[in-house]
Design a protein around this ligand. Structure first.
Ligand SMILES: NC(=O)c1ccc[n+]([C@@H]2O[C@H](COP(=O)([O-])OP(=O)(O)OC[C@H]3O[C@@H](n4cnc5c(N)ncnc54)[C@H](OP(=O)(O)O)[C@@H]3O)[C@@H](O)[C@H]2O)c1
Length: 238
């Protein structure tokens, strides 16, 4: 197991849900953080929590689907933290509806955020990792990236793409000592799942903290191989 103390992590969608829980968990390990989200207000809670922990962190407002905003935000974060060792591509949006109900604009928004968002952020952060000959990238897919279900064609297509992108990238960058992992979690109780057609069942939904703890344990592993992790409960969450 390696210590994470002093490492620098960039988390997209770091203001709420899984990203926020991961920021807290990494801060407790002594990791310095750069957090990206679209709205300044959404950082308020995590900012107070990280300050209370005495963490070193910076926040940047950017929409991951917009390449120019991403480049600017990552430059600011790299300058302030002095580089990025760990990239967690977590920002994502969902959309529910049958294929016939979903408009092409809804498809584009999901693909631009969930797939092109990872492309934009990784393109901006990867050169620094290659230069240091070291890095960790964790991409958050979903169980919808392994199996399509009714009402999730656009989301599922985006999350399948994340798995494929991750598998290819790992093989391309392992020569630079960069480990790429992809997680395919089942339902997690966050704003993302609250208020949908099924309310979170606390006995069957994972908590964001469970996933954050899992990521910390993966990052501590010394092995530099591709990790394709399920990270879901064995039970059907419904
Ligand atoms: N919750 C689940 O059941 C579940 C299961 C499997 C996988 N996942 C995946 O896990 C990831 C996080 O989900 P979550 O449940 O934590 O969602 P969440 O609670 O809705 O939080 C999403 C985070 O991403 C940010 N974000 C959204 N769109 C963005 C964009 N275009 N650019 C920058 N930041 C953006 C949000 O902040 P702003 O709104 O301020 O931008 C927020 O910080 C997603 O990729 C999701 O697909 C979730």
């Amino acid at each position: 197991m390696q210590s994470l103390n002093g490492k620098k992590a960039l988390i997209t969608g770091g203001s709420r849900g899984i990203g926020r829980a991961t920021a807290i968990a990494l801060a407790k390990e002594g990791v310095e953080l750069g957090l990206i989200a679209r709205s300044e207000e959404s950082f308020e809670v995590v900012r107070n929590e990280l300050t209370a922990l005495g963490a070193t962190f910076v926040t940047a407002v950017a929409d991951v689907s917009k390449e120019d905003e991403v480049q600017q935000a990552i430059k600011e974060i790299e300058d302030q933290l002095g580089g990025i060792d760990i990239l967690i591509n977590n920002a994502g949006v969902g959309v529910r509806g049958s294929f016939q109900e979903l408009s092409t604009d809804q498809w584009k928004k999901v693909l631009d955020t969930n797939v092109m968002g990872i492309v934009h952020v990784t393109k901006a952060a990867l050169p620094g990792m290659i230069e240091k000959n070291k890095g960790d990238i964790i991409n958050i897919s979903s169980m919808s990236g392994l199996k399509g279900t009714v009402g999730s064609s656009a989301y599922s297509a985006s999350k399948f793409a994340v798995v494929g992108l991750s598998e290819s990238l790992m093989q391309e960058v392992r020569q630079h000592n960069i480990r790429v992992s992809v997680l395919t979690p089942s339902l997690v109780e966050t704003d993302f799942t609250r208020g949908r057609d099924h309310e979170p069942n606390p006995e069957k939904f994972m908590q964001a903290e469970d996933l954050a703890e899992y990521m910390v344990s993966q990052l501590k592993l010394e092995q530099r191989t591709f990790i394709k992790s399920a990270a879901h409960w064995a039970t059907n969450p419904f």
